[in-house]
Design a protein around this ligand. Structure first.
Ligand SMILES: NC(=O)c1ccc[n+]([C@@H]2O[C@H](COP(=O)([O-])OP(=O)(O)OC[C@H]3O[C@@H](n4cnc5c(N)ncnc54)[C@H](OP(=O)(O)O)[C@@H]3O)[C@@H](O)[C@H]2O)c1
Length: 174
């Protein structure tokens, strides 16, 4: 069996804020394009709230070309292709790994939000972090990335047309 990499993808402010009122704080076109490139074809593991915030914009459907493993104690399995409700993080990771292996993928993506990032961090091998170079106010936060546990492999700086500075930071677990 091929080893499956567990990767987190996240955009976080300087103070690790990732969202407010179950929505994102930024929609940076370059970052959304990169997110699509990194995640296309791979199974996405996410909490019920993130799943709802993504699929409500698409009439209940998952992101195109990807499947959602939505973790929830309350949500019923919808009759929609590409959405799999799981009752625990462990189950979601196992099912996503099985899906990846049967679809020629060697990576599963932890897609958020705050509750799921916190629980999944110990099982994560890689982080695709978009670090926004400003502080933000919100109600969802990424956990602290302990420098003794993670190696920063690369960092690419960017700026939006209206001057928002951000970096693509790629981290691997030590
Ligand atoms: N900036 C980014 O990159 C990024 C990415 C993703 C999300 N976000 C943001 O993050 C926020 C949402 O995060 P959140 O922490 O509020 O919600 P979340 O992690 O998306 O979902 C939380 C829900 O997941 C389920 N859950 C969590 N742990 C579970 C477990 N161990 N077993 C079974 N079910 C479990 C529960 O669903 P039930 O209540 O149904 O049981 C819980 O209410 C939003 O603002 C969103 O926009 C930001």
């Amino acid at each position: 069996m091929i080893d499956t990499t567990v990767s987190i993808i996240v955009a976080a402010s300087k103070n690790n804020c990732i969202g407010r009122d179950n929505d994102l704080l930024w929609r940076i076109p370059g970052d959304l394009k990169r997110l699509k490139e990194i995640t296309m074809g791979k199974p996405l593991v996410m909490g019920r709230k993130t799943h709802e915030s993504v699929s409500n914009r698409r009439d209940g459907h998952p992101l195109p070309g990807r499947v959602h493993f939505a973790i929830s104690r309350t949500m019923a399995q919808p009759d929609i292709d590409g959405i799999f409700v799981c009752r625990s993080l462990d189950q979601a990771i196992k099912d996503a790994e099985t899906y990846a292996q049967s679809h020629g993928q060697n990576e599963i993506i932890i897609f958020g939000g705050a509750e799921i990032y916190k629980q999944a961090l110990p099982y994560t091998d890689k982080i695709y972090l978009t670090r926004i170079h400003e502080s933000a106010e919100g109600d969802a936060f990424f956990p602290k990335i302990a420098p003794e546990e993670w190696t920063e492999v690369s960092k690419e700086d960017h700026k939006t047309e209206d001057g928002l500075e951000y970096s693509y930071v790629y981290l691997e677990k030590k």
